[in-house]
Design a protein around this ligand. Structure first.
Ligand code: NAD
Length: 358
């Protein structure tokens, strides 16, 4: 465990199981240095338990960095529920998951992620108050975080095309979107409205067909979407897709999308930089959802204020790109440095020297 690749001085890792409902999973709390660890719950199919653990470790570390760069008073954590092939997660299992979250006493706050919806969170909320991403009440912030995530990605792509293509217009730009789930679909909607030409892929054929009909998108095979001759590739499915095998085949000058953990390893960020592909660090560009869920949970803003906060992702990324160019440092390292600066303990005030008092 302590020598595993995903371990990064995590504060705690909880393996949970609920015999009555058959629920199994992991909650990883990476850091509570800036506040309680906030991060979604993913329900996914894993080849083995080790893969589920590694996913929780990597995702929770990403949440610490994401929350720090977004300026939120929150730490980083993440939960994974291990799904069995052919089975969905039942309301009883989500309720049991809520009891696990409750037992952590507020050190971890949950919300939805891949494979988990807002209606699932309602079941979780039956057993714990430490939950975000619940249906919106009036003008207060809240609800499904995905539209906010997609808006943040849209704003981030704007920063990227400004930095690399010297334009702020999407008109006529070709953008490839990998994954047409909650984030990918919302992103396509915005990009289409702004005049972009879309190329899409998803393992779900119905989602591709819908994108073809609604946005006039060109559908390509799942294995080809990253390698399209487009202006921007926007990964919005799962992580680890930018690696030693895929990077040499990428033709787009920009990669900017909502998926978590897009880089398989830190070296892959350097590989992209060496190939002059501008990479928008995932945890910076996809912070819109957590900005919204945080405002809901902490009651720190209205819906309008949340949209305005999400829009600031453009500015943050523009700063990251600027520093990347001026120091010839890959953007993911610029972002990591920013996160670590905020995560590292403040230097202790030096105690007054003895004997100086009158
Ligand atoms: P989702 O489950 O709604 O959608 C994921 C989509 O990806 C599905 O349509 C699925 O069929 C598709 N997919 C899976 N494997 C694929 C493959 N190999 N090729 C193409 N498509 C594939 O999930 P989501 O909420 O849209 O999240 C997408 C990504 O964004 C995830 O990495 C998630 O962690 C990240 N993210 C989401 C949010 C949010 O607010 N939902 C916030 C931050 C980050």
């Amino acid at each position: 465990m302590f020598s595993s690749s995903g371990y990064d001085a995590h504060e705690s890792v909880t393996f949970f199981s609920d015999a009555a409902s058959g629920l199994r999973g992991v909650v990883a709390i990476h850091s509570t240095r800036l506040g309680p660890a906030f991060g979604g719950c993913r329900a996914w199919f894993y080849d083995n338990d080790e893969a589920a653990l590694q996913d929780a470790l990597r995702l929770s570390r990403g949440m610490s960095y994401k929350n720090a760069v977004a300026g939120l008073p929150l730490g980083g954590g993440k939960a994974v529920i291990i799904r069995k092939p052919g089975e969905t997660v039942t309301p009883a299992q989500f309720e049991a998951f809520g009891r696990i979250v409750e037992q952590l006493g507020g050190r971890y706050i949950t919300a939805e992620d891949v494979g988990v919806s807002m209606s699932d969170m309602i079941h979780v909320a039956r057993s714990t108050a430490h939950v975000g991403g619940l249906p919106q009440a009036g003008q207060a912030a809240g609800g499904d975080p995905s539209p906010k995530t997609a808006y943040g990605v849209y704003c981030g792509i704007l920063a990227a095309i400004q930095a690399r293509l010297s334009t702020r217009s999407f008109s006529g730009l070709k953008i490839a979107v990998q994954g047409l789930g909650s984030v990918g679909r919302n992103l396509c909607e915005r990009l289409h409205a702004a005049g972009a030409e879309l190329v899409v892929a998803d393992i779900n054929a119905a989602a591709c067909e819908a994108a073809q009909q609604r946005f006039g998108a060109r559908v390509v095979p799942v294995g080809e979407i990253l390698f399209q001759a487009v202006d921007v590739v926007a990964p919005c499915a799962l992580g680890g897709i930018l690696n030693a095998q895929t990077i040499p085949r990428i033709r787009a000058p920009i990669i900017a999308g909502g998926a978590n953990n897009q880089l398989a390893t830190a070296e892959d960020g350097q590989r992209l930089h060496d190939r002059h592909v501008l990479y928008a660090p995932d945890y910076v560009i996809n912070a819109g959802g957590i900005i919204c869920a945080a405002a809901e949970y902490l009651r720190t803003g209205s819906e309008d204020q949340v949209w305005a906060r999400v829009a600031r992702i453009e500015q943050t990324l523009a700063g990251v790109f600027l520093e990347s160019v001026s120091t010839d440092t890959p953007p993911h390292l610029v972002a990591d440095a920013l996160a670590l600066q905020r995560l590292s303990p403040a230097p202790r005030a030096s105690s007054p020297a003895k004997g100086l008092a009158a």
